[in-house]
Design a binder for this molecule. Structure first.
Ligand SMILES: [Zn+2]
Ligand SMILES: [Zn+2]
Ligand SMILES: [Zn+2]
Length: 171
C-alpha cells in the first residue's frame, strides 16, 4: 500500500515516540494498523479492525491488531468506549473533540453528541463533592427515532435490567 508521506504524519510521530519509550520497534504492520484505524471514522472492536486490516495484508494476526490498539490507546491516539454489549470499542482520540453517546438497543445505532451545558453541570456536580474527575463517559440507552416509529414506543426492558445491546458492526 503506498501512502502519501505526509498523511497522518503527526499521529505516526506520536506512535513512534510511544514505541521508543516502550522499547518497541516501528513496523510496517503497526503503521498499516494505525493508518486503517485513522481512516475509519467509526467505533471499532479489535475484531472489526482485524478484518479491515486482513483485506490489505492477510499476514497480520489478530493479536498484533489487538496489541497495537492498546498501544494507540496508551499513546493517546485512540480511546476505549463501551456500549453495554460486553465488547470494547475504539475510536479516535487525538484531535477529536470530546463527545458522549446514545445507543439504540433495537438497531444498535450509536449516536454521538456533545452538550456544553451537560459538561459544565457534571464538573459542577463533581466539584460539589470535592471530586476531581479525570475522564467520563455519559451513555444513554434507548430507541433511536427510526426504531421509535417502528415500535410505537413499546418499552421492552424492565426498569432495573441492563439494556441488551447489539451494536452494529462496521465490517
Ligand atoms: Zn461528556
Ligand atoms: Zn434504532
Ligand atoms: Zn464516539
Amino acid at each position: 500500500m503506498s501512502i502519501e508521506d505526509d498523511e497522518f504524519r503527526d499521529e505516526k510521530a506520536i506512535l513512534l515516540e510511544h514505541l521508543q519509550q516502550a522499547g518497541l520497534r516501528r513496523t510496517g504492520q503497526r503503521d498499516l494498523i494505525l493508518e486503517i484505524f485513522l481512516r475509519t471514522e467509526e467505533h471499532l472492536t479489535s475484531e472489526d479492525l482485524y478484518r479491515l486490516v486482513q483485506r490489505k495484508d492477510p499476514t497480520v494476526g489478530h493479536t498484533t491488531v489487538y496489541r497495537t490498539l492498546k498501544l494507540l490507546t496508551d499513546a493517546g491516539l485512540a480511546r476505549e468506549v463501551r456500549f453495554g454489549d460486553n465488547k470494547t470499542y475504539y475510536e479516535h482520540h487525538y484531535k477529536h473533540d470530546h463527545h458522549d453517546h446514545m445507543i439504540c438497543t433495537a438497531c444498535g445505532k450509536v449516536i454521538e453528541f456533545y452538550s456544553a451545558e451537560i459538561e459544565a453541570l457534571q464538573d459542577q456536580m463533581a466539584d460539589n463533592f470535592g471530586f476531581m474527575p479525570t475522564h467520563h463517559s455519559l451513555r444513554l440507552w434507548g430507541l433511536c427515532s427510526e426504531c421509535r416509529s417502528e415500535s410505537g414506543d413499546i418499552h421492552t426492558t424492565a426498569p432495573g435490567a441492563q439494556p441488551r445491546v447489539k451494536v452494529k458492526s462496521v465490517v
